[in-house]
Design a protein around this ligand. Sequence first.
Ligand code: ZN
Length: 426
Amino acid sequence: MLFRNLIPVDSKSKSVPSVTVDIRVENGIITEMSDSIEPKKDEEVFDGKGAFVSPGWMDMHVHLREPGLEHKETIETGCAAAAAGGFTAVACMPNTIPAIHTRDVVEYIVNKAKRLPVDVYPIGCVSKERKGESLAEMGDMKDGGAVAFSDDGDPVYNAKLMRTALDYASMLDVPVINHEEDLDLSRPGHMNEGRVSSRLGLEGTPGIAEEVMIARDILLAELTGGHVHVAHISTRRGVELVRDAKKRGINVTTEVCPHHFDLTDEEIERSGFDTNYKMHPPLRTEDDVEAMIEGLADGTIDAICTDHAPHSIEEKEVEFIYAPNGILGLQTAWSVVVCRLLDTKRMPLADVLERLIDAPRRILRLTIPQLKKGEQANFTIFNTDEKWTYTTKNNKSRSRNSPYLNAELKGRAVGICNKGQWVFNQ
Ligand SMILES: [Zn+2]
């Protein structure tokens, strides 16, 4: 396979090169990379027409829903959405049925994903059956392929369990990813607590519910030396806590979802309670959105992830307060990045790519792919100027709960190459 006329960029690109390269891939390896490669007889050729190519992006926080919730998504449909969104790797959260809490379930996922063009890394549960009571067999799951531990969907609520998990995780050299939510403070909130929730008369989830847990986990990371990864951060104060902890040398990292640096709680009112604006943590305020962008730009926020959370139409098409939390994210993440970070010149392309390529793999202790002759062909082809509309036709997920559906977007993943396979958006 020959990929032609691509502009190579990565997290170290000081400036965008003006010359294109051709890349030859044979048996999953980059066997040639230079200004111009002549196609061999009968060789398949893809003309990138000046699109960018970078090492493959990774989304370290997705919900693939399999096993047990295949009406929402499967490993295969989730990976199709990932590929269409430009991701060559995902890490999937364990709130499935059964939960990913034993080596068997970890291996089931690894095996199911083997032949797919996207690398799938399971995240195992911190607690048995994700009940938050006793520690799951973390060592066993790691041997089976788990790359981190989390009870995501729910927090690890018991501080003693979190402490033990961090002790264990530091022995295994893996992070514990926590869904930061003090349930006593957050329930029964349906959206961000603030001006908009009072106007709408809806119970709110205050930012402090997230911040109290982040503060607790930072203290536990300091005590144990274990690596805490703060999942889907969403408040200004939360970002400040992480920034301060990093300055003090505490082993803490974090991630943010595109919707949290793009949308605010005002959307719920504006849309007339569209449940595609309901997720946890909830959409916050303009000031929080600004803090997410500042945090990404200065490196306090390590990674961009989507928290891709498929729910069926029947589940989401109910009254706002009864709808489940979560929205799709894989196919629209890049367009939000282009609109909010690149076009606004808040971040250079190299730094954005660092948050999408290097950071997630560094956090999960995975090898970062390189765009070089002799390396595995693991790359993403993308542009920053194509106008396109995300529709039910080009949506690859089994669900369609996205606030960006039918919106005109700018910047698109063109395709990916990984594991000797290639997938292109038409
Ligand atoms: Zn979560």
